[in-house]
Design a protein around this ligand. Structure first.
Ligand SMILES: C[S@@+](CC[C@H](N)C(=O)[O-])C[C@H]1O[C@@H](n2cnc3c(N)ncnc32)[C@H](O)[C@@H]1O
Length: 331
């Protein structure tokens, strides 16, 4: 009861209800909220602090920026959503806030588009080396049978394309990427109401900021070739996967196009079946299917695996610790 009362108190103020409505439309920074609400930064920050302590909002730090969104899980999250349902969208103050939110998003989207424009040529050149993305996406969709309860993690989300593709078939879809610029592009791409169940975070694939067994489905689409330790990245993906959850790895079959190293920062020139087998078995993953989409000169592979139930009930393992443990684990 105390927690509910604290949450009700934290919401019982006009600016705070406005903040709750705005954060329900997507993640926002303090600066963006300040621009929309027309109030001073210290004042907005104070409101945000109270709302986070009461569990109405969640905050995550990305470099020097903090993002705020409505709490995703639990009783206080449900309370926040039911409060939001009581507020009509044509309320004068709210309608004005939503117009300002659109303007803020347009600025954000333009900055993201500018970044992407500068890099688009390189991306298109890589695309010309392999099968059409649509073929890969159709193959992926045929493998995913999600439900409203499915929690998806997209590792190395880039522009958020995988989140867009899979958001209709899962409950919650979260993308991580180490690049702040890519996350800006993803945020702009996911600003539509259709993608309200999607969010993104800055994180490195070798140290995912979630407890063990947090996700039902994890995808690593064209990202493992950027790491010099893919085994550790697979172990980390397996750690956050619940028993019987699925990992989909989409990457190139082993190739010899050195240019991808020099020009596109690829560390690894695709992967051999044997090495993927080893990473999976070391991480308690059982490979269920392997699909090869042949292109010229690159073949795109889709490895589908399931997390085996383990008897290990040790406390949370993160980053290097889990990679080390997973390498030594017996199945
Ligand atoms: C080729 S893009 C693929 C994006 C997306 N998965 C897709 O296929 O549309 C690779 C992404 O991986 C991200 N990335 C590279 N190294 C990473 C790391 N160590 N941790 C997290 N993301 C990483 C890059 O920033 C980039 O956005």
């Amino acid at each position: 009861m105390d927690r509910v009362l604290a949450a009700l108190r934290a919401a019982a103020e006009p600016t705070r209800l406005r903040i709750l409505c705005l954060c329900a439309k997507g993640e926002l920074t303090v600066t963006e909220l300040t621009q929309i609400l027309g109030q001073s930064q210290p004042r907005v920050s104070r409101h945000l602090k109270e709302m986070c302590s009461a569990g109405l909002l969640e905050r995550h730090q990305e470099g020097s920026w903090a993002f705020f969104n409505v709490a995703a899980d639990g009783a206080i999250s449900r309370l926040a959503l039911s409060l939001l349902e009581q507020i009509p969208e044509n309320d004068d103050a709210l309608a004005q806030d939503l117009r300002r939110l659109e303007a803020v998003r347009a600025l954000r989207a333009e900055a993201a588009r500018a970044y992407f424009r500068e890099n688009a040529e390189e991306w298109d050149r890589i695309r010309s080396f392999h099968v059409d993305d649509r073929q890969v996406e159709a193959a992926l969709l045929s493998l995913v049978s999600g439900s409203p309860d499915t929690r998806l993690l997209d590792i190395g989300t880039g522009t958020g394309r995988m989140l867009q593709l899979l958001s209709p078939v899962v409950g919650q879809a979260i993308g991580v990427d180490s690049s702040r610029e890519m996350l800006s592009v993803a945020r702009a791409n996911l600003a539509e109401p259709d993608f309200a169940n999607c969010s993104v975070r800055q994180a490195d694939m070798s140290q995912l900021p979630w407890p063990n067994a947090s996700f039902d489905l994890v995808i690593a689409h064209m990202v493992l070739h950027f790491t010099d330790d893919p085994a550790a990245a697979v172990a980390e993906a397996a750690r956050v996967l619940r028993p019987d959850g699925r990992l989909l790895i989409v990457d190139f079959a082993s190739h010899d196009i050195e240019e991808l190293r020099a020009k596109f920062a690829h560390r690894r020139l695709g992967f051999r079946q044997q090495e993927v087998d080893i990473w999976c078995s070391e991480s308690a993953l059982s490979i269920r299917s392997v699909k090869a989409l042949e292109g010229d000169p690159l073949t795109v592979m889709i490895w589908e695996s399931r997390k085996l139930p383990t008897v290990d009930h040790r406390p949370e393992l993160i980053g290097d610790t889990v990679a080390t443990w997973a390498r030594g684990a017996t199945l």
